[in-house]
Design a binder for this molecule. Structure first.
Ligand SMILES: Cc1cc2nc3c(=O)[nH]c(=O)nc-3n(C[C@H](O)[C@H](O)[C@H](O)COP(=O)(O)O)c2cc1C
Length: 197
């Protein structure tokens, strides 16, 4: 289904090394006519690292989407009663957020948005990016894959030599995965290798 005019929640969590490619992908979604509604986890609003500062992330997200990002749990809650999103994507999704989501925990704006959105029986897409995807978080990824309304951007081991448990989704498959999720279908294949490292 075409993304033009679709209201898509963009929920960013603290996989900071993924932010640059996320912003580039968001620019493309905006150019495709998607109506983007940004949401930031507390970590994304607070942590400064070698990848950038929260102020830089906020401004860039605001500039691409044309909206003030949702930064508080109470600002994300109306997504439930008003049902204004067609689709929500957690992009990128940390191991932390995946673990909490799989266990019904709702203590960040991103998790509140996910809970509120799912109550409306609408699709939620996960763009996984975590060093422990095949480790401590594998059980949570398994739970989420088996949860109705949840779809994954195809992912693989991004660096099996240096980070054998790391799983990262493929950014070039974001748009087709969103298009299929709008029709409540999972893009396949779900598991996709990275080129040899
Ligand atoms: C520089 C830096 C990079 C990080 N990269 C990742 C990452 O790629 N994946 C991940 O799962 N966690 C990563 N983390 C850890 C998360 O930011 C941390 O677990 C945080 O609590 C996530 O909160 P959130 O899921 O609510 O955003 C990183 C942390 C730092 C400081």
């Amino acid at each position: 289904m075409d993304l033009k005019g679709k209201k898509i929640g963009i929920a960013m969590t603290g996989s900071f090394c993924t932010f640059e490619k996320t912003f580039l992908a968001l620019q493309k979604l905006a150019e495709a006519g998607a109506d983007l509604h940004p949401i930031l986890s507390h970590a994304s609003q607070q942590i400064t690292s070698r990848f950038g500062t929260p102020e830089e992330y906020y401004k860039r997200l605001q500039s691409i989407t044309g909206r003030e990002p949702i930064c508080r749990i109470e600002a994300a809650e109306p997504i439930g009663p008003t049902g204004y999103l067609d689709l929500l994507v957690i992009l990128p999704c940390t191991g932390n957020t995946a673990a909490k989501l799989a266990n019904g925990i709702t203590d960040t704006p991103v998790l509140m948005a996910a809970k509120a959105h799912l109550r409306n029986n609408k699709p939620l897409v996960i763009f996984l990016s975590t060093n422990d995807g095949l480790g401590m978080n594998m059980k949570n990824v398994g739970l989420l894959i088996n949860t109705k309304l949840i779809y994954f951007v195809p992912f693989g081991q991004d660096n099996w030599e240096k980070k054998p448990n790391s799983l990262v989704a493929h950014i070039h498959l974001l748009q087709p995965t969103l298009e299929m999720a709008l029709e409540h279908k999972q893009y396949q294949p779900l598991l996709l290798s990275y080129p040899e490292v």
